[in-house]
Ligand binder design. Sequence first.
Ligand code: PLP
Length: 327
Amino acid sequence: MPEAIGGYFELELRTGLTPYPDAVGFNCARSALTALLQARAAPCLHLPHYICHAVVEAAQAAGSRLQPYAIDMKLELPQLPELDAGERLLYVNYFGLKDAYVEEVLAPHYGDRLIVDNSQALFSTPLPGIATLYSPRKFVGVADGGWLANPPDRLGTLPPSQSTHRFGALLGRLESSPEDHYLAFAEAEKALCLTPVSAMSNSTRRLLDSLDYTTIADRRKANFTYLREALDRYNQFEPGLTAVQAVALCYPLLLGSKAQTQHVRQALRTERIFIPCYWPEVADAAHSPDLERHLADCVLPLPVDQRYGHEHMQRLVDRVHWHMSTY
Ligand SMILES: Cc1ncc(COP(=O)(O)O)c(C=O)c1O
């Protein structure tokens, strides 16, 4: 078909800003993982207990046997397992705070047998030769999409995908409250789980190519620093975890008990401060070690994103303090 000339306009977006122009675009990060494992024929994948069930399902869909591993309070592996031929190890760059560990410990040890899951670390650049996953919608306003940096050679052609029907919650939140569109958001997420491995849609690709990543990163860093200075003394994570120059997903505040965490999360919600839970399925799984269960129960991932500034962070800290003190 010849290229269209004239007629009505599409949504008008800047171009040329994508952070990972060489990465392969998928409909979501889990598709990127399934395709990677299939192309590499990995019979066994070591992956953390502390991970979202979507990743577990993506690895199972590729036919890999799963070997779960435990982490410690630094969110690191207490011992590095030896890998047999064909085995891989996936590590999550938790909250976007584990760049140094990936670069200085895991990458030198495992080389290309390491898979880095940067779904929580959009701004952490891939290391040479190491397959790296991204899930941009956890950081910016797109409805779907995933990237695989340093893909294998034999990835094959991906079927196309479309996102038009998933824009409802994104547009809705521009026009009215998030509560009004939460159902549409949750349904779009559920439907995305059921879509087969496919390429990133053109609309998502164009949106991701139009964003001001420098401003986004600066705002996240400033917000993270604000929360770190205000809340580190209450945080049961070691101070080293948050003492990094990173563009984080969130500020992870680890509290002492499940009951206190539930109290604070619920109280914040009544004030329209919405804090997710990573990941309820880990807390519920019978095989989860105690620490992973504790993390799933007791981490409050506080938002530091680019929509917010100093005054929002002040309110957030004030309300967190208050609800911690009233427990
Ligand atoms: C650590 C991690 N990796 C990967 C994924 C999957 O990302 P996507 O929803 O883009 O498939 C998730 C999902 O929430 C996640 O938490």
